[in-house]
Design a protein around this ligand. Structure first.
Ligand code: SF4
Ligand code: SF4
Length: 331
């Protein structure tokens, strides 16, 4: 009997999600002995023609990490969708847009100018920018286009399941792969982790005050952190209040607050909005000036609350669209 076919692909990503596959360590042998890896460009020399040769739906599951920024990524994930029975978004970038989605705070032109003109270590006297068509040795080469915005995977193709995390813990990847191999997957659309917020399973939850009142938010370097006490009780923002659990408390165990990479729990429309309202309810102020001072103790509000989910938020690319439009008008 032939083994189930698995494909792995990366889009705009840092490589951490690929690392988390490698971090399966000897468990990868279980996967390899039970499944056939038919496409994994980062590790094995597959070509796109290899993918094209499969008939539609022939691949059992494709794990895709990274967000969609380039036209080539869009083209390949659409092809993978056609060739695969199941698509699993692996990691925060594919799930919610992730850290790469923060680029949506800037217009395309700003990003390219920064990367090809303004970076202090750059030497580009000729002012060369990437072009979609390039002539080299009498040949015309096509290069992928850089899209105006970053999108999470489900804004481009239909996604069956999500493995959250930045990167996802190898145990979650392993259980997702085993669920595929044993045909024990839950309802379509499920995020394959805990249903409840991290606070519910956190080892520090008994020290979380029922009513939290904060006069000033502290950054982790500004205080000697007690490793047994809830971060919020120490005046440090911990996003475990609104973040899905199932990460095995990796950050908490390292005495670092949760930064929200597992995204929202079920039925939350906008993660950043949810966190914002929870944190706002903790602010203890009497005057507008005091409120202003407390808020100024949180640097980069949007970057903190939307670190992993800007590209999938209600805000989506509103700011970016306005900026892109304004820049096009000026060109
Ligand atoms: S989810 Fe995190 S680890 Fe995975 S590609 Fe994105 S930034 Fe990297
Ligand atoms: S706020 Fe953070 S430290 Fe406190 S209980 Fe929740 S997850 Fe744990």
């Amino acid at each position: 009997m032939s083994k189930p076919k698995i494909a792995l692909y990366w889009c705009s990503s840092c490589g951490g999600c690929e690392e988390s596959i490698v971090d399966l360590a000897e468990d990868i042998l279980t996967v390899i002995s039970s499944a056939e890896i038919v496409f994994w460009p980062v590790a094995l020399d597959f070509k796109y023609e290899d993918l094209n040769r499969f008939s539609d739906g022939e691949i059992d599951a494709a794990l895709i990490n990274g967000a969609i920024r380039m036209s080539e990524q869009e083209q390949i994930v659409k092809l993978l969708r056609r060739k695969s029975k199941l698509i699993i978004a692996q990691g925060a970038c594919a799930h919610l847009g992730g850290v790469v989605g923060l680029a949506n705070f800037n217009a395309k032109k700003e990003i390219l100018e920064r990367a090809y003109k303004k970076v202090p270590t750059l030497k580009n006297d000729a002012g060369v920018f990437p072009q979609m068509k390039v002539w080299q040795d009498d040949m015309e080469l096509d290069l992928p286009d850089f899209h105006k915005i970053v999108k999470p995977l489900d804004m481009v193709i239909d996604v069956d399941y999500y493995i959250p995390g930045c990167p996802p813990p190898p145990e979650l990847i392993k259980s997702a792969l085993l669920a595929v191999l044993e045909n024990k997957l839950p309802q379509k659309g499920t995020v394959l982790a805990e249903k409840k917020a991290l606070c519910e399973s956190c080892s520090r939850r008994d020290t979380k005050p029922n009513k939290i009142k904060i006069k000033r938010f502290k950054r982790v370097y500004e205080t000697e952190l007690d490793e047994n006490k809830c971060f919020l009780d120490q005046g440090v923002i911990c996003l475990g209040i609104a973040t899905r659990g199932g990460c095995n408390e990796r950050c908490i165990k390292a005495n670092q607050p949760c930064k929200g990479c597992f995204g929202p729990v079920d039925n939350v429309l906008d993660y950043g909005g949810k966190v914002l309202s929870a944190i706002a309810s903790m602010i203890d102020y009497d005057t507008p000036e005091e409120l202003e001072a407390i808020l100024s103790s949180i640097p980069d509000l949007a970057g903190l609350f939307y670190r992993y989910s800007l590209a999938s938020s209600i805000l989506k690319m509103k700011l970016n669209k306005d900026k892109n439009n304004a820049q096009e008008d000026n060109d």
